[in-house]
Design a protein around this ligand. Structure first.
Ligand code: NIG
Ligand code: FE
Length: 427
């Protein structure tokens, strides 16, 4: 198999290791100036300075080498987006404007907007229509440097529609350069037809546990998630859904303490979740429980901005407490419509006070840990997957400092260039 060689990089920047980095180590980034990188058989095989590359491999390329010119660019690990909702139909741009005119997310949902309006559009779409829009979202993720992502169901809310969402996701992901891992989220909301009484809601929770989660596990989902929130699923219901997922082999993760301080962070620690997500209202006891249990905090500051929350998750407290912080887009039509992790990194730095180095670890190695992939990806080190992003700029800082534009010029997945000069390369 041919080699891919990147020469004359202005900088190569990466976290290191096969597990999430916490505390001061989250901000520890290895930087090589005037660097070179070699990929073979889908993996990274060599990293060093360009001078060392010449000493080790010679100046002349092999006949079948693919060579990228890294001049003026910085190489980073492919970004990992550990929290998305991409298989959906329909848009909610009117809600975006309603919030600007003074309504809150909760008020809009109570008036019939919100998640259930996306559920109606998603139920009405064919699997082919859903796969097509999901594929377009994967394309945009790739152009912004994401090489691996998590994606959730949760806009079906009945057995057939949840399965259709998962089928559409699988169809979109088949043959796509972005690697996808699926999460079963029938516990995203109570569907309209199961509202009106506690008994009806209990019936839906039972359906999730007894029918939908086993079916989604059999269809290939790897995680179970739940929207643990005041007015949605309480702590006991959330625990029941997560335990039912575990019983059919799904690893738990959850939407926790997003809008109110319900105690989802502590629940995440108690059920052994891989990740607790959002966490705007996480309390100190929950944060310490997460640190002790090794739960990754997957923070979604784009959602804070999009919903005009005037608050962010307490990221600095989490880093100080020894919680591994990851970043995700939360890409969805209601609370965060973006496929761009660099945009999220901007909010994470300016809004939550992460340093650029901490943000890089959060969107690569710690994000990989959030989805159980840290041993295989998330850093540029020999043996790891050859998923590499080149950014236009002489060092890592340019990824975040040059905001509001896409600085990603090239993307390599498993050693093959799939984006060159900002455009998709199709085999
Ligand atoms: O992660 N919190 C729940 N779910 C989404 C919002 C989904 C929607 O509004 O459609 C979130 O923010
Ligand atoms: Fe979400």
């Amino acid at each position: 198999m041919s080699r891919l060689v990147v020469r004359h990089l202005s900088q190569l920047a990466t976290p290191q290791g096969k597990a999430a980095r916490t505390g001061a180590a989250q901000g520890r980034i290895s930087r090589v100036e005037d660097a070179a990188l070699v990929c073979e058989d889908g993996r990274i095989s060599w990293i060093g300075t360009d001078a060392d590359f010449v000493a080790a491999h010679g100046e002349a390329p092999r006949a079948d080498d693919v060579v990228l010119d890294g001049r003026g660019k910085t190489a980073l690990p492919g970004f990992v987006d550990p929290h998305t909702h991409i298989p959906w139909a329909g848009y909610r741009e009117s809600e975006f404007n309603e919030r600007l005119k003074g309504k809150t997310y909760a008020e809009i949902a109570a008036a019939g907007g919100g998640i259930v309006s996306t559920v109606a559009a998603t139920r009405a779409a064919s699997v082919e229509e859903l796969a097509a829009v999901t594929g377009e979202r994967l394309d945009r993720m790739l152009l912004h440097g994401t090489t691996f992502c998590e994606a959730k169901t949760g806009y079906g809310l009945d057995l057939a529609s949840e399965r259709k969402q998962l089928a559409a996701l699988k169809a979109a992901a088949a043959g796509h350069p972005v690697g996808v891992v699926a999460t079963a989220l029938p516990g995203h909301e109570v569907p309209l037809e199961r509202r009106g009484s506690e008994a009806q809601k209990a019936r839906y929770v039972a359906e999730c546990c007894d029918e939908i989660l086993p079916a989604l596990a059999a269809d290939g989902a790897r995680f179970v998630d739940v929207f643990c929130e005041h007015g949605v699923f309480d702590l006991a219901e959330s625990r029941r859904i997560l335990e039912a997922g575990k019983a059919v082999g799904l690893a738990p993760r959850l939407h926790a303490d997003e809008l109110t301080p319900l105690g989802g962070a502590r629940l995440a620690a108690e059920v052994g979740a891989l990740s607790a997500d959002h966490l705007l209202f996480a309390q100190p006891d929950g944060i310490h429980a997460m640190a002790k249990a090794g739960v990754v905090a997957t923070l979604l500051p784009g959602t804070s901005v999009f919903l005009r929350m005037n608050r962010y998750a307490p990221a600095r407290e989490m880093v100080s407490a020894g919680v591994a912080v990851a970043l995700g887009t939360d890409c969805n039509p209601g609370s965060s419509y973006t496929e761009s992790l660099p945009a999220v990194a901007f909010f994470a730095t300016i809004g939550m006070g992460l340093t650029v180095e901490e943000a890089l670890t959060a969107m690569t190695l710690n994000a990989a840990a959030s989805v159980g992939e840290a041993a295989r990806r998330g850093s540029l080190e020999p043996g790891k997957a050859a998923d590499v992003v080149l950014v236009d700029g002489r060092n890592l800082e340019h990824l975040v400092y040059h905001y509001g534009v896409n600085t990603v010029t090239d993307v390599v997945v498993a050693g093959s260039p799939v984006v060159r000069d900002g455009r998709r390369v199709r085999a």
